[in-house]
Design a protein around this ligand. Structure first.
Ligand code: DQA
Length: 148
């Protein structure tokens, strides 16, 4: 049984650390990846960490998770609010999905209040910065009974 969690990051998250730091903080995406790997190791899981600015590439990566990963933790970034295609890809692979956002999207512009992904997610974490990724991984460990 797979114990790998696919951690996906959507567009512009490669600029984390220099992108609007008042909103997204000073950590880089490499820092977030490092924290995810540490958390996963402590939880008895592995992490496959991926970021892309290309929607088709994200959809292909989601498809590959079927049968190889135990779940998907995704920060779809702007695609959260726009992409039926990513929502459908997540639904198609029939894996548990946790949606995460660094910022509290509900405190921000109204166009960020709607998510196409949330209705198919087990849960949604937002506003807790990169700690949200760690909480999501910890929840996967709980769901999968993986915690040592
Ligand atoms: C984000 C919130 C989105 O609205 C935004 O488009 C992002 C990042 C977050 O992590 O807070 O790019 O997903």
């Amino acid at each position: 049984m797979p114990t790998t969690i696919l951690v996906l990051n959507g567009p512009n998250l490669n600029l984390l650390g220099m992108r609007e730091p008042a909103t997204y903080g000073h950590e880089t995406l490499d820092d977030v990846a490092q924290r995810c790997h540490e958390t996963a190791a402590a939880c008895g899981l592995e992490v496959d960490f991926f970021q892309t600015n290309h929607e088709g590439e994200m959809i292909d990566r989601i498809h590959l998770a079927r049968g190889t990963c135990a779940g998907i933790l995704i920060n779809p970034a702007a695609w959260t609010h726009t992409s039926v295609a990513i929502r459908d890809a997540l639904a198609a692979v029939e894996l548990p999905v946790i949606e995460v956002h660094l910022s509290n999207v509900h405190k921000r512009e109204t166009f960020r209040h709607h998510s196409f992904a949330s209705p198919i997610a087990v849960g949604v974490i937002c506003g807790l910065g990169s700690h949200g990724y760690r909480l999501g991984l910890d929840h996967f460990a709980h769901l999968l009974g993986a915690k040592p």
